[in-house]
Write a protein that binds this ligand. Structure first.
Ligand code: NIG
Length: 419
């Protein structure tokens, strides 16, 4: 199957040479675009692109004849799909009653201390079959596809037993088989201490290290390992034990770092070569210096900061330290029940004063690096997966985050196929 898309008003984030490393600091401020363009796909890949004005009539006709289908973008724009590098897409049910508790004044940690929060989702998931869990997750997967996402990272962490963590990760892998999404999976057994280990966190960490990591690895279910390093959840020492073991099985560390306090999550993540450190509400120059040159991508999750009504990370200062920033949705039932990357970009602009160019790079190129798929995803470049979307008629790319609740996507193309 090949497509020839012609009359593209603007080809956004198009690169002659794909970036070899994540974009940091100043490099995040520029968004290469091509005005008045065409793009060709061959199979599931981008075969080429160029300017309409450079095609003479014969070449245009030859392009059209050589394609299985011609799509006339007719003055609309083409963007690369979003790469959402932090989600908890696999969960059962919902937690809107806790949302009400939050509005009545309870904090995220207070709800967790009462046995709610993550443990609420753990119970719901335990009582849900794998097939039903898949059904619920597929609804969310198709929802994010319709919002422009083409690649997604999905974590476990609502199982907290060997069986239920494996159930979650199998469902996450099946999302990658049953939808056109590129899925990367993360083992997050250390998301909360389950009720059966109340008062014995070390006992639970023992179980993670002894039983869970080998079982998850035996089925090849996780690309990454993640830990919620936070007061009331897991300590830096726990992280050392879990990362130390998981890396032996080839899982690459990621961290839920510094969400509620200066927890040391950033430092321990960097020490173990984390691909990304995520959240970062409680960070400052000390953390930024540790991150400089570390290879870890600073991943901002503004949807959770918004939903929990917290102060936002100092993202502009991070750019001054030349850090690479990614933006992800953190789609989950507790702190961000939304997978809308456009809304996340709008929040990052409004609340952290980032530019449209920066947030678009953070949601595409750097998101792809944060989940190890930058060879195939993250920008428009020859040879990459044809994962992109054609917008409705919009005046500029700035219009996308500006118009933050409008549905602006006309056609979705994933792996060279239209949806
Ligand atoms: O990234 N902070 C920990 N994990 C999620 C929230 C999970 C939940 O509350 O269910 C987050 O915000």
């Amino acid at each position: 199957m090949s497509l020839f898309i012609k009359n593209i008003k603007k080809l956004v984030n198009v690169r002659q040479r794909q970036p070899e490393s994540p974009l940091g600091g100043q490099d995040m401020l520029s968004l290469p675009c091509m005005e008045g363009a065409w793009l060709k796909t061959e199979g599931d890949r981008i075969a080429g692109f160029g300017l309409m004005k450079d095609l003479d009539a014969g070449e245009l006709e030859a392009m059209e004849l050589s394609a299985d289908e011609v799509v006339d973008a007719d003055g609309r724009m083409v963007f690369p799909s979003y790469c959402d590098s932090h989600t908890h897409l696999v969960y059962a049910g919902s937690r809107e009653m806790e949302f009400m508790d939050k509005l009545r004044g309870l904090s995220y940690q207070e709800i967790a201390r009462r046995g709610g929060g993550i443990l609420n989702s753990v119970e719901l998931l335990h009582n849900t079959s794998e097939d039903e869990l898949l059904r619920q997750t597929l609804e969310r997967a198709w929802e994010i596809i319709s919002l422009g996402t083409g690649a997604v990272e999905i974590k476990s962490g609502y199982g907290l037993t060997v069986e239920d963590e494996i159930k979650m990760l199998r469902v996450a892998r099946r999302v990658g088989e049953e939808t056109p999404l590129k899925v990367r999976t993360t083992f997050l057994g250390a998301h909360a201490v389950p009720a059966r280990y109340k008062g014995d966190r070390t006992g639970y960490v023992d179980e993670i290290v002894r039983d869970m990591i080998p079982a998850v690895a035996a089925e090849g279910l996780a690309d990454y390992v993640d830990i919620f390093v936070e007061e009331g959840f897991f300590s830096v020492e726990d992280a050392c034990r879990i990362f130390g073991e998981a890396v032996k099985y080839g899982m690459v560390p990621k961290v839920h770092a510094n969400q509620m306090s200066f927890s040391g999550g950033v430092q321990v993540g960097v020490r173990y070569g984390a691909a990304s450190v995520d959240h970062l509400e409680f960070t400052g120059p000390e953390e930024f210096k540790v991150l400089q040159g570390s290879g870890a991508i600073a991943t901002l999750l503004p949807g959770a900061t918004f939903f929990l009504d917290m102060d936002y990370p100092e993202a502009k200062e991070m750019l001054e330290y030349n850090l690479p920033l990614a933006i992800a949705s953190n789609y989950n039932p507790g702190s961000c029940p939304s997978g809308d990357m456009k809304f996340m970009m709008a929040l990052a602009m409004i609340k952290m004063r980032l530019t449209p160019e920066t947030v678009l790079n953070a949601a595409t190129v750097n998101g792809a690096f944060a989940m190890g798929v930058a060879g195939d995803y993250g920008c428009i470049a020859t040879g990459k997966k044809a994962s992109l979307f054609i917008t409705k008629r919009i005046p500029s790319y700035e219009f996308v985050p500006y118009s933050f609740t409008s549905q602006l996507i006309d056609t979705i193309i994933l792996n060279g196929k239209q949806y």
